[in-house]
Design a protein around this ligand. Structure first.
Ligand SMILES: Cc1ncc(COP(=O)(O)O)c(C=O)c1O
Length: 363
């Protein structure tokens, strides 16, 4: 069965219903979701009890003078509270960052998360694209430096969704220095940074680089995508301008109240690190089966589905019928459906994936 144009595919992972319908499978077909890059540990175990006692949050407006969430993030990141803006997920942070440059020009490194382009379109930014190189998806730093002349804002994703590649801190420093010459702000989306093994935090760069905006998401790490919780870090003046543009009460009271207890849960972080350490070899194990996998520093991998998009679609369908939902890549420029993105899950789920990929190779 042909899967048709990119526009008929769901724009994000985690949306099984249209894909099951497409293949004539029932809506309740049991699936393991490898298409959304969320922490497979699930939310912290105390969350249910916490929610039961938090209903009173919903009977009042979020208090704009209550900065406990902001202070908790500032302490967690080792920055001043004035550098923090709590947002309704990383998604709101992306749109706020684009809005600051409304009508200007943006540079987007592709393939990457589709919401940068959507946010730029929403705010009337003209967009130039720079393609990552080869099947290792490396950034051509010289080309990026040249292209920055014509951009007020450069969107970078670190580690990059969907490739998993992580731009080294040294490269970010070089681009920030270049940005000071060209008047370019670097928006570095670190939604998945807590899942990398590379210890190269960018937070200290904020002190010397007023043209740096760091975007974070709390929905991936804590498996709470429905909550809508993230934040951005930047120069105090920029953060103040962004706060002034934020919709009233955009972060709900439950989300705000949850920030401090989430960040304080050291045990959850330790368990997450232990899970990652145990499953970090998944890309190597997939490669060992004869599949091409891009180098990844993230909690997901990008697998070349075959010679062309048709073969990748056949593999996608094969996995789906075995109850494994992959993320298609039709809406990632440069991948165009030829690759599949797969999240790292727990050992049992990953074993199912490896068995299916081995079966596919055997034909
Ligand atoms: C790179 C990247 N940034 C930001 C987001 C948005 O995250 P949030 O759920 O915090 O809005 C996503 C979601 O998939 C993402 O992949």
């Amino acid at each position: 069965m042909s899967l048709g144009a990119a526009s008929s595919w769901p724009g994000h992972g985690g949306r099984a219903a249209p894909l099951l319908a497409r293949y004539g499978l029932p809506a309740d077909y049991p699936l393991i979701d490898f298409s959304a890059n969320l922490n497979p540990l699930g939310p912290p175990p105390w969350l249910g009890d916490w929610l039961a006692g938090a209903a009173e949050c919903l009977t009042r407006y979020p208090d704009p003078d209550d900065d406990r969430a902001r202070r908790a993030i500032a302490e967690h990141e080792g920055v001043a509270p004035e550098r923090v803006l709590v947002t309704a997920g990383g998604a709101e942070a992306i749109f706020l960052a684009a809005g600051l440059h409304a009508g200007g020009r943006a540079l987007i490194v592709q393939p990457t998360f589709s919401e940068y382009a959507r946010a730029c379109a929403h705010y009337g930014l003209g967009v130039s694209s720079l393609a990552l190189n080869g099947e290792a998806f490396l950034l051509d730093v010289d080309a990026a430096e040249r292209a920055m002349v014509a951009a007020e804002v450069l969107f970078l994703c670190r580690p990059n969704n969907p490739t998993g590649t992580l731009i080294p801190r040294k490269t970010i420093e070089r681009l920030l220095a270049r940005g000071r010459e060209t008047g370019t702000t670097l928006v570095v989306d670190e939604a998945f940074v807590d899942f990398t093994a590379v210890d190269e935090r960018l937070t200290p760069l904020l002190l010397e680089a007023p043209n740096l905006l760091l975007l974070r998401s709390l929905t991936k790490l804590y498996d709470l995508p429905g909550l809508r919780l993230g934040y951005l870090l930047g120069a105090p003046e920029t953060v103040a301008r962004l706060a002034a543009r934020q919709l009233p009460w955009s972060v709900n009271a439950l989300a705000l109240a949850l920030v401090a207890p989430l960040l304080a849960d050291a045990d959850y972080l330790a368990r997450t690190r232990a899970w990652l350490a145990a499953q970090r070899d998944l890309p190597a194990r997939v490669r060992a089966l004869g599949h091409a996998v891009a180098p990844t520093d993230a909690n997901f991998l990008l697998l070349r589905g075959g010679r062309d998009a048709a073969e990748a679609e056949a593999l996608f369908a094969f996995l789906l019928r075995r109850g494994l939902l992959a993320r298609h890549t039709h809406n990632f420029p440069g991948l165009d459906g030829r690759w599949l993105r797969l999240a790292l899950r727990d050992g049992r789920d990953n074993a199912c994936l490896l068995a299916a990929l081995a079966a596919w190779r055997r034909g």
